[in-house]
Every structure is written in structure tokens, then in C-alpha cells.
Design a protein around this ligand. Structure first.
Ligand code: GLU
Length: 458
């Protein structure tokens, strides 16, 4: 079978192509002359699969999208508290290059506007680092994120440096306010170098997928940033990433995103997919007209809005009941025709708090009501894709309480997802851990005694 996804991406591009509105960024002459019919899109799944269509090999400068990653690097190099002391987390509602600081703290509003981004840049490596050291650190991290060696586009760099008065003004304002301690001209020069790194949509989608995958590169498996940093970056992107259109973006498109004046948008849906779209003409806010169209289509067609309520929690627990068919040997724990039940709870999918709460509720309801007399409680994790930390804690507590009530608890956990350390507890404080349903039946029924049901496997 041929995957329908590339065909779908091509149709998304064709839908966006006729929109010829907007204009290229005029303040950097190389960008002003960009070929306006370029159009590309890419999706990177969190398992490393990459799809792309259109001009997906064409390079363009990363521009403001670098701000998201340099923020993560600043957090790593200076520590989150030091970064938060210097850079806020509030949307400014202003244009990206506004000379503005928060009242009282004098901090830039957030790391996605230039004042915050220049400050974040100044925190990379160390306050007294050189432009070369910071560029090297940033370029190597961006390259690891993209999965290939990236380069600074010297032509873009020179073009932007030629007319950097506004950014220089921001640099000197930050220095006067005591927010940056290094030479402001150097900080701005380094910031412009970080904006001049060339990427493709495939690079950007892959880089975004690292943010979506808690900081671990889906292809190399390398941890590039701590999970907390990835979450921090995605949060600030969600509220501040689309210039002064961020609020409307979150409500309508609904995934974290960062755009740049070269015409790219990088999007990220945590746990699912990294997204990139590119076309040079910009709207009045500085966001690519066609890339916005593409993101809107993707969000609507594929249900990528962060605020969509998940249906997963409703279908996580399946309950089955089996009846003990007693054996005939005198050693059997059950008398002939004992007729007692075994109740089996199977937990399915990627389980978070809501899923574990449903299991807890099912256990409480069934074991104090219709199946009070159940001879054993079987918890099956065979179809559990993942348990997050809180779900695991809730389920551990459920098991402890079942055991304290004197229940015979059997856990089918072939992959060890429950992380129940049988060596850390005594037998009375531990469920019987098995890998298959057949082993579970043996544990419950004893020799010659089987739990049977009409449902498959029991
Ligand atoms: N180099 C650009 C600037 O600072 C980046 C801006 C952007 O992409 O929004 O002016």
C-alpha cells in the first residue's frame, strides 16, 4: 500500500498555492529578493518518520525560529532561574522588534521577541563568551536537532548586519537596563548570526519533533535537552511564538508555533508531530501567508488543536469476568463447582491520570458491588502503551489497597511497564507478577483448576 500522507501533503500545498497575498520582508535585501513562489511542507513524527512535499530541499535562513532553540540553550547554560530573572514569559502583543521592557522588572516580555531573544543569546555559554563561541555552541546544537551539519548563510548575515540599527538599539537598551552584561553590539552580532543559519522544512520539522518528544531526538535517540526545557519552550511558543498574532493563532490553529521573517513556520504538537511550512510572502504581522494557510489546513484536517479534548480516557479500561471451574483433586484451592469469579481489568493505550482514574473507579465499583466475591483480581497491562508517572503512582496505590483488603492480585505485565519492584516488597505486599494470561490462570486456579469464560483468552 502507498501511504496517503505524501498525497495529502501535496494537496495541502496546492490548496495554499493560489494565495498570492503578502510581501517578502523588505528590511533584509536578500530576503526581499526571495523567490516568492517557493512552497514546502514537512511533518516529522515522534518516532522519526519524516514526510515532506514541495520545495522541501530548498534552504532559507531560520531567522526568528532560532529563538525557540536558543532559549533552550540559554536555560541549559545559565539555568532556568537565571533565565527567568532576565526574560519574562508574557505575550507582549507588540511587534517582534519593538523596543519594550516590562514595567518594574525591566525584563523583556518573552524570549520570542527580539529583546528577549538577544538577552537569551547573551546567556549562551557564559556572559563573557565571544561571538564565535556562542555561534559555535548554537550551530552545533541546531545541527544535532536537524540531524545534519547546518551552516551560517554569510550573505544573509552581512545583509542583516548592514542595517541592524533597530536591533542594535534594542541591545543598548538592554545594556542600559542592566539585563545584558556583555557588549551589546557583540550580542546583536551573535544574534544575527544565529538568525542566519540555513535550514529546510525537513530540518525544521525534525527539530520541532525533538521538542514534541520531550527533548530526545527521535532518530538518533540522543537527549538534546531536558524534558522540562522542551516543555518550557513549547509553552512560550504557544503563547508568544506568532508575533502579535499569537492569541488568535492558539485559538484557531491550536498548536505551539514559531515563525520567522524568511517565511517559515515551525509547529509542534507535543507527543505527536513536528510541523514545518515555508513560503516567503508575509502578512502585516510578519507571518508567512501561505504557511499560515497550510498550518490551518493541517490543524483542521488532522485534529491538531491542543485544546481538543482527548477521547482516549474513555476507552482505556476493559473489564471481563471469568468463572472458576474447579478441579477435582483434593489439593485444589476451589471446591467442585465453586463458581467464584475472576475479574480481569485490561488497561489500554497511553495512560495518563484520567486513564488511571478510570481504572481506579472500575476497581472500586466492581469489587464493592457486583463482583465483591471475586476470587482474584487480574490487572492486565499487555495492551498498555505507556504509563506516565502520575498514572503509575495511582495504579501502585490501587494495588497496595487491593492487597491490604486481602485480595488475590495478579498483574500481567510482559514489558515491565508497571515498574513494580518485587524485590523491594514482601510477597504479601506485592501482586503476583506474570507475563501471560495462561500464567495468570495457573496462579489463580491452582493445579488442575482453570478460570474459564466465553471471552477470548479466558
Ligand atoms: N533577523 C530578524 C530580526 O531580528 C529575525 C526576525 C524574525 O524572523 O522575526 O530582525
Amino acid at each position: 500500500m502507498k501511504s496517503p500522507i505524501p498525497d495529502y501533503l501535496n494537496s495541502v500545498l496546492e490548496n495554499a498555492r493560489p494565495n498570492d497575498d503578502g510581501a517578502t520582508a523588505s528590511y533584509i535585501d536578500v530576503l526581499a529578493k526571495a523567490e516568492t513562489n517557493r512552497l514546502a511542507v514537512a511533518l516529522a513524527m515522534v518516532d522519526g518518520e519524516l514526510y515532506s512535499a514541495g520545495d522541501d530541499e530548498i534552504e532559507f535562513s531560520i531567522q526568528s525560529i532560532s529563538k525557540a532553540f536558543v532559549y533552550a540553550i540559554a536555560i541549559e547554560d545559565a539555568g532556568l532561574p537565571a533565565v527567568l530573572e532576565k526574560i519574562g514569559m508574557e505575550p507582549s502583543g507588540d511587534a517582534f522588534n519593538r523596543l519594550s521592557l516590562q514595567k518594574g522588572s525591566n525584563r523583556p516580555f518573552n524570549p520570542m521577541i527580539n529583546a528577549g531573544a538577544i538577552t537569551a543569546h547573551s546567556l549562551v555559554v557564559a556572559p563573557n563568551a565571544t561571538v564565535e563561541q556562542r555561534t559555535e555552541r548554537i550551530l552545533s546544537t541546531l545541527s544535532r536537532l536537524a540531524g545534519r551539519q547546518l551552516h551560517v548563510d554569510e550573505e544573509i548575515f552581512e545583509a542583516e548586519l548592514k542595517d541592524a540599527n533597530r536591533n542594535m538599539g534594542i541591545g543598548y537598551m538592554l545594556k542600559a537596563a542592566g539585563i545584558i552584561t556583555c557588549n551589546p553590539a557583540e550580542a546583536v552580532r551573535g544574534y544575527i548570526r544565529q538568525c542566519s543559519v540555513n535550514v529546510t522544512v525537513r530540518d525544521l520539522a525534525m527539530m520541532a519533533s525533538v521538542l514534541c518528544n520531550s527533548g530526545v531526538h527521535p532518530v538518533s535517540g540522543e537527549r538534546i535537552m531536558p524534558a522540562e526545557s522542551a516543555r518550557q519552550v513549547l509553552s512560550v511558543m504557544a503563547t508568544c511564538g506568532m508575533y502579535d498574532g499569537s492569541g488568535e493563532w492558539l485559538a484557531t490553529v491550536g498548536f505551539s508555533a514559531k515563525s520567522g521573517v524568511s517565511g517559515a513556520i515551525m509547529g509542534a504538537l507535543p507527543g505527536q508531530v513536528g510541523i514545518a511550512a515555508f513560503s516567503p510572502k508575509l502578512d502585516e504581522r510578519g507571518n508567512s501567508v501561505r504557511a499560515v494557510d497550510i498550518c490551518k489546513q493541517l490543524s483542521a484536517d488532522m485534529g491538531l488543536h491542543l485544546m481538543n479534548s482527548s477521547q482516549v480516557a474513555l476507552s482505556t479500561v476493559q473489564t471481563r469476568v471469568a468463572t472458576i471451574l474447579a478441579g477435582t483433586k483434593s489439593t485444589d484451592p476451589h471446591p467442585p463447582n465453586c463458581d467464584r469469579e475472576v475479574i480481569v481489568f485490561s488497561l489500554r493505550g497511553a495512560v495518563r491520570f484520567a486513564g488511571s482514574e478510570r481504572l481506579t473507579r472500575a476497581l472500586e465499583r466492581d469489587l464493592s458491588g457486583p463482583h465483591q466475591e471475586a476470587c482474584a483480581v487480574v490487572l492486565s497491562f499487555r495492551e498498555t502503551y505507556s504509563l506516565n508517572e502520575i498514572a503509575r503512582r495511582v495504579i501502585h496505590e490501587d494495588i497496595r489497597r487491593l492487597l491490604a483488603d486481602g485480595r488475590n492480585v495478579v498483574a500481567i505485565d510482559p514489558s515491565g511497564i508497571l515498574q513494580w519492584d518485587i524485590h523491594a516488597t514482601t510477597k504479601e505486599h506485592s501482586p503476583v507478577m506474570v507475563e501471560t494470561e495462561a500464567q495468570a490462570r495457573d496462579q489463580i486456579g491452582g493445579a488442575g483448576c482453570r478460570a474459564v469464560t466465553t471471552s477470548e483468552g479466558w
